[in-house]
Design a protein around this ligand. Sequence first.
Ligand SMILES: *[C@@H]1O[C@H](CO)[C@@H](O)[C@H](O)[C@H]1NC(C)=O
Ligand SMILES: *[C@@H]1O[C@H](CO)[C@@H](O)[C@H](O)[C@H]1NC(C)=O
Ligand SMILES: *[C@@H]1O[C@H](CO)[C@@H](O)[C@H](O)[C@H]1NC(C)=O
Ligand SMILES: *[C@@H]1O[C@H](CO)[C@@H](O)[C@H](O)[C@H]1NC(C)=O
Ligand SMILES: *[C@@H]1O[C@H](CO)[C@@H](O)[C@H](O)[C@H]1NC(C)=O
Ligand SMILES: *[C@@H]1O[C@H](CO)[C@@H](O)[C@H](O)[C@H]1NC(C)=O
Ligand SMILES: *[C@@H]1O[C@H](CO)[C@@H](O)[C@H](O)[C@H]1NC(C)=O
Ligand SMILES: *[C@@H]1O[C@H](CO)[C@@H](O)[C@H](O)[C@H]1NC(C)=O
Length: 507
Amino acid sequence: MVLSGQHRHHNYTLLDGELNAEGQSPPAQHPSRRTPLARFVMLVTLAAATASLAIVSLANPLSTGQGKESQSCDSVFNGYQCRPEISHFWGQYSPYFSVPSEISTATPSFCKVTFAQILSRHGERDPTASKTKAYNATIQKLHSKVKTFSGPYAFLADYEYTLGADQLTLFGEKSMIHSGIQFYSRYENLAKTTTPFVRSSGEDRVIESAQNWTMGFHEAKVADRSTSHGDAGYPYSIVVIPETDGSNNTLNHGTCTNFENGPDTSGSAQSTWAALFIPPIQARLNAGMPGANLSVTDTIYMMDLCPFNTVANENGTISPFCDLFSKNEWHQYAYYETLGKYYGYSYGNPMGPTQGVGFVNELIARLTDTPVKDETSTNHTLDGNRGTFPLGRKLYADFSHDNTMTAIFAAMGLYNNSKPLSNTTLTEASRADGYSAGWTVPFAARAYVEKLQCLGQREELVRVIVNDRVVPLPQCECDGRGLCRLSKFISSMGFAKANGKWDQCFS
Ligand SMILES: *[C@@H]1O[C@H](CO)[C@@H](O)[C@H](O)[C@H]1NC(C)=O
Ligand SMILES: *[C@@H]1O[C@H](CO)[C@@H](O)[C@H](O)[C@H]1NC(C)=O
Ligand SMILES: *[C@@H]1O[C@H](CO)[C@@H](O)[C@H](O)[C@H]1NC(C)=O
Ligand SMILES: *[C@@H]1O[C@H](CO)[C@@H](O)[C@H](O)[C@H]1NC(C)=O
Ligand SMILES: *[C@@H]1O[C@H](CO)[C@@H](O)[C@H](O)[C@H]1NC(C)=O
Ligand SMILES: *[C@@H]1O[C@H](CO)[C@@H](O)[C@H](O)[C@H]1NC(C)=O
Ligand SMILES: *[C@@H]1O[C@H](CO)[C@@H](O)[C@H](O)[C@H]1NC(C)=O
Ligand SMILES: *[C@@H]1O[C@H](CO)[C@@H](O)[C@H](O)[C@H]1NC(C)=O
């Protein structure tokens, strides 16, 4: 189905009883609107009317690495670098930042990229609906119980809770535009002459992220003086896969019963860690705001309010909430978020990696130009159709959520060379095979899977780059640049090829 311009304010609201990607039930006060359209895959065409790009500082995006953009501490090519010693330690609530890489991310001079797949998280957003209610309640409680706010807490006297729910913030929209520009720039040789094939999971903020990304890609293409090809394919079609109950959607988990209803140890892992690091923070806040009586949960919410208020500002200006906590406390908080993802969706959950298998089997199909073989979460109708799952393309872009991306990385066997994460000892990403929520699934996270043709190599090579960090792939005997032979990479995907543990989903 192709939707034209006037439909662009679509609302594919979550259906009854469904969990959204952050695992929250939809709020009771926002009754679901069950649109018949949401039952189908939609080819959404971005209206030409939306193409009036208001990206002021990006007039010449391909040379802005050090240009005007550097006046701000957020930039197209390096992401969010404002107070990195704290802002890179907000777990999945960190604004996108370029993660340090031990291996150069530059394409080796003797290689050329022949294929690139981006798997992206949506951009910065407001808190989920249930969280926004809970944060507001914490603020109301403070206002009703604390007589005077002084010292570092003085700003709270006038602080009003105004955050929305679930949708991208303006900062988040811009960061997706930046991502599209960065992708164009990195893969310029392919992007000049090709249009990416785009799919998105069906929640509003994800679709909008996909649209903003295509805007950035398009803008960069039009601005590229080395090409006179224009961009006739724009606005690009987007295949939207619904998040409705029972939908086979490789970009959003939801159909493996024993995973969805199964034991989730992430909450218990997180509370074990919270019991260790929160009490001193809680005591300090309660002493500084007599009468507040914040609980452990309230204290975590006070920390959450730092990233959420920061990304609610169009320029990403650091919120005063951030200064209530020390650098060390932000590392502890980041680890709290890491434990949630690891025990919820990665190797810490016996059924976690299986939720990413469908996407990995689609990736194998694209890398090898052969039909999808999968008996997990793929939709055979979609994947068997050249319109909705074309093979042989050079650029693919998929838009998803942090939780499903975490499962996909695990299904690929990334970050699999470390012991189960401790619930009592902080383990930094650099000591956990590169794994943390902040390094893998910050807002606007972007993983690239590249194929390269290199001099002296008959076979194509594969490289994986997550948020600008080249991920070493020992499972396929990668070389010092992180490059594996395609055949070895594919054989290392045995877990996905065997459908993970999908056979345990319903028993
Ligand atoms: C926060 O809660 C107060 C009191 O219940 C309510 O009046 C206000 O509208 C809420 N604000 C937001 C942004 O939800
Ligand atoms: C992002 O995309 C949405 C949906 O297409 C559009 O309404 C919005 O204006 C875009 N944001 C920016 C900053 O252009
Ligand atoms: C698979 O995709 C088809 C085509 O969009 C759709 O009609 C069908 O409902 C989907 N089935 C599942 C189980 O997701
Ligand atoms: C962390 O806690 C979870 C939930 O209680 C538990 O399953 C897991 O084994 C713990 N991890 C370690 C390394 O002890
Ligand atoms: C503080 O809150 C706890 C619940 O979190 C409650 O049991 C206790 O009575 C409260 N103390 C005061 C002094 O309000
Ligand atoms: C963001 O920065 C621009 C340019 O410096 C400024 O005009 C605008 O007022 C700022 N917005 C906010 C909300 O601070
Ligand atoms: C959806 O997934 C289930 C479980 O793998 C499978 O049995 C079913 O055939 C799939 N439906 C479609 C339309 O592909
Ligand atoms: C991760 O490593 C374990 C232990 O070596 C192995 O059994 C498992 O199959 C690996 N997972 C994936 C998805 O490759």
